[in-house]
Design a protein around this ligand. Sequence first.
Ligand code: G6P
Length: 368
Amino acid sequence: ESADKGEYRHYMLKEIYEQATVLQNTLQGRVSKTGVLEEAFGTEAKAIFDQVEAIQILACGTSYHAGMIAKYWFEDWAGLPCAVEVASEYRYRKTVVRPNTLFVTISQSGETADTLAALRSSKESGYLASLTVCNVANSSLVRESDLRLMTLAGPEIGVASTKAFTTQLVALQLLVIALGRRGCLSAEKESELVAGLLQLPELCKQVLDLDGPIQQMSEAFSEKNHALFLGRGVQFPVALEGALKLKEISYIHAEAYPAGELKHGPLALVDSDMPVVAVAPNDELLEKLKSNLEEVQARGGKLFVFADAKSGFSNDHGTTVLSLPHVPLNIAPIIYTLPLQLLSYHVAVLKGTDVDQPRNLAKSVTVE
Ligand code: G6P
């Protein structure tokens, strides 16, 4: 049943639409109304969690982007220093391990060769313990890690990862809270974060309902060769993930930049032939982002902005705005990923590429 496309034309679209349900599943039994239920991490977790002073995250591809987002959360809410690296680089260099560092891998399949090799090599490096955020029970990463938190996304068939990514973000946020409450995360903040997480299924549905206008937007991309994705702060990795999705399935060259870096290079590329996508929740960097986007407009760039309804963007010359409902900031990276998934999906369909099996790519890369 789970491997059936049902009413959907592609697995990827089906998996995008499953997100309200699987996000709910990944939260189920792991939070109360006000806090995280630590039993979710297993009985051995407490003794390890009590000692954690730093985090090292390793992953590849989309899972690496989830790690980049989690770094903002670990440092912002839990006060824990957090490093993130792609496993294929990390495993081949000499690294310095801080005392009491938790080694965290993130993987949909649990079999990615580089991530698994990084975990294996970490065992000799003096880490406190290992934890994996993984979608496949009994996979190598799950079996070989000290602790595990499963994402309950169900089987993901489309090569381009969608529901695995958003459920990884939920699982990682639960980990941040569980560790943060041992340090600087107050009970009040924990309950605010959990209240945000509990709104995910409903807000996810509302945003997926914007499919019509996103499909319309996709027409502006299908004939283009390049696209630029911009975000600031925790939305920068969201922009990276949006660019990766577009590359993977539509074969359009896409890059992502933190918007403040525009002036250090990418602005030279901006013209009316390169669509620029921006993710703009109503956060503390909104005003900064707006002035970055004015630079794009001033150079004749075509802007596509996914923005909080209250963020004050308007459709005008060269700018298309898609308003999203106001969302709690802790779930904004999850919610703002959804329209980017739909956008790349529709561009790929217009281009007629093989959405579920893009050329040259594999779902799970088990060789180096
Ligand atoms: C491949 C897939 C990507 C995935 C990456 C990491 O490149 O095509 O979608 O993000 O591997 O896979 P993992 O299973 O470790 O998350």
